[in-house]
Design a protein around this ligand. Structure first.
Ligand SMILES: Cc1cc2nc3c(=O)[nH]c(=O)nc-3n(C[C@H](O)[C@H](O)[C@H](O)COP(=O)(O)OP(=O)(O)OC[C@H]3O[C@@H](n4cnc5c(N)ncnc54)[C@H](O)[C@@H]3O)c2cc1C
Length: 400
């Protein structure tokens, strides 16, 4: 295939790999640059709502994911103040039939492995591991993309470049050097435990969301139900970049003190023996997502607080829309590519900004204290599961 139909993607995260498959499906040749030598297990669980799962299904991933993804029956909304469940939202069939695609929970490594396997089977995609994106410069036929593997430097000509290189994006810092990720003052602690460690009521096929004073806790099964993924979000000042800093067990246990958290929530915390923590950063209000033949995608463009469980979902949606816009651009000239990139950004920005706001608002609601928490619990009970589920329609019903 001609060099001029080649699109480079910096970053082989969930966004970059999905974009590679979506672009290849539209007839492009794709080169994915990934600075890591191999795609390692980063993070733990991931919830993927129907807006994201249908994109993956359309890319042919369902059979690879069927044995790894779990379809939870429900989300249990639990209140530390009330000491237990205050509402149960049906997921499973209730969501699949309403939105036309499943709600999945899975290990992030399982999704990454499925995407990588699909990419490896696609002759139009080349994944360069251990290869770091360094720079890009406009060129008569598109762009010159500069990469580094160890001490070796390499340059290629590309039709376009997609920056899917995460919250600390090098591509973004080239395009918009003034845009910096903002620390939220919150830290996510993540760990897993064997499902057999706790009684069935704690490990069944549901998502548990525990809301409490200044903190919250989410738990759900992964790895075919054999393990339970736990995420605890607490305030803090530690704000170093990175996904995998070891966390002190005593510190997180103290944050979930018996005076404020019931035994059922503390049992989930106590079952995890190895914690990893990462500081939560967000990228908001980026004036533009593209410049000429370069565009940003996923966390590079819009890292968000994870409280709507949509960060990866939005990266997956971005990938589908970007591929559609580029696929529909009838010419390979620089001006047509730039116009397609702008169209992609125009289509995505309002929706992503709304999801970012929803995530911030969810965090504030989860962490309420005192009378405000009491009022929140009453409002949730009064609303009932069907109305609460309907409030997610604008997210789940999206189609590319
Ligand atoms: C606690 C927590 C829980 C979450 N839960 C959910 C959830 O339930 N559902 C959901 O949808 N989302 C969730 N998210 C969000 C989700 O994890 C992210 O939004 C998503 O992983 C972003 O994917 P990405 O591909 O944009 O970036 P990343 O996954 O960060 O991938 C970027 C890749 O680029 C590579 N890279 C970086 N720089 C370069 C370079 N110069 N050259 C080459 N390669 C480079 C990196 O090595 C990496 O592989 C959660 C996030 C957190 C913090």
């Amino acid at each position: 295939m001609a060099v001029s139909r080649t699109i480079f993607i910096a970053g082989a995260g969930i966004g970059g790999l999905t974009a590679a498959l979506a672009l290849a499906q539209r007839g492009f040749r794709v080169v994915v640059l990934e600075k890591a030598e191999r795609l390692e297990e980063a993070g733990a669980g991931l919830q993927l709502s129907p807006n994201a799962s249908q994109v993956l299904i359309n890319l042919g991933l369902q059979s690879r994911l069927n044995s790894r993804a779990i379809i939870p029956d429900a989300v249990s909304i639990m209140s530390a103040r009330a000491g237990g469940e205050i509402a149960r939202l049906p997921l499973g069939e209730a969501v699949s039939s309403r939105a036309g695609a499943p709600y999945w929970v899975m290990h992030r490594a399982d999704l990454q492995a499925a995407l990588q396997a699909e990419v490896s089977d696609n002759p139009d995609i080349e994944l360069r591991l251990g290869c770091q994106f360094e720079d890009a410069a406009p060129h008569a036929k598109g762009l010159t993309v500069v990469q580094r593997s160890g001490t070796a430097r390499r340059q290629d000509v590309a039709l376009a470049l997609v920056g899917a290189d995460g919250v600390w994006s090098t591509v973004r810092s080239h395009l918009f050097p003034q845009a910096q990720p903002q620390f939220s003052g919150l830290i996510a602690w993540r760990g897993t435990f064997e499902a057999t460690q706790l009684p069935r009521e704690y490990t069944s096929r549901r998502v548990q969301l525990w809301m409490g004073p200044g903190a919250h806790l989410v738990a759900y099964p992964i790895s075919g139900g054999r393990r339970i993924n736990v995420v605890a979000v607490v305030p803090g000042t530690w704000n170093r970049p990175g996904w995998s800093e070891p966390g002190e067990v005593a510190e997180i246990k103290n944050a979930f003190a018996p005076s404020q958290w019931p035994p059922a929530a503390r049992m989930l915390i106590g079952a995890v023996d190895e914690w990893r923590k990462w500081a939560l950063f967000a990228v908001t209000g980026l004036g533009a997502w593209s410049n000429g033949a370069v565009a940003l995608l996923g966390d590079a463009a819009h890292a968000m607080l994870p409280f709507a469980a949509q960060g990866a979902g939005m990266a997956i949606e971005d990938a589908a829309v970007l591929a559609k816009c580029l696929g529909e651009s009838r010419h390979d000239e620089a001006s047509a590519i730039a116009a397609a990139m702008q169209r992609y950004a125009r289509l995505r920005r309002p929706r992503v900004a709304r999801v970012q706001r929803a995530a911030r608002q969810a965090g504030r609601i989860y962490h309420l204290t005192g009378a405000a928490a009491y009022a929140r619990d009453l409002a949730i009970k009064a609303m009932g599961p069907q109305r609460m589920l309907a409030r997610q329609d604008w997210i789940y019903d999206w189609r590319a």
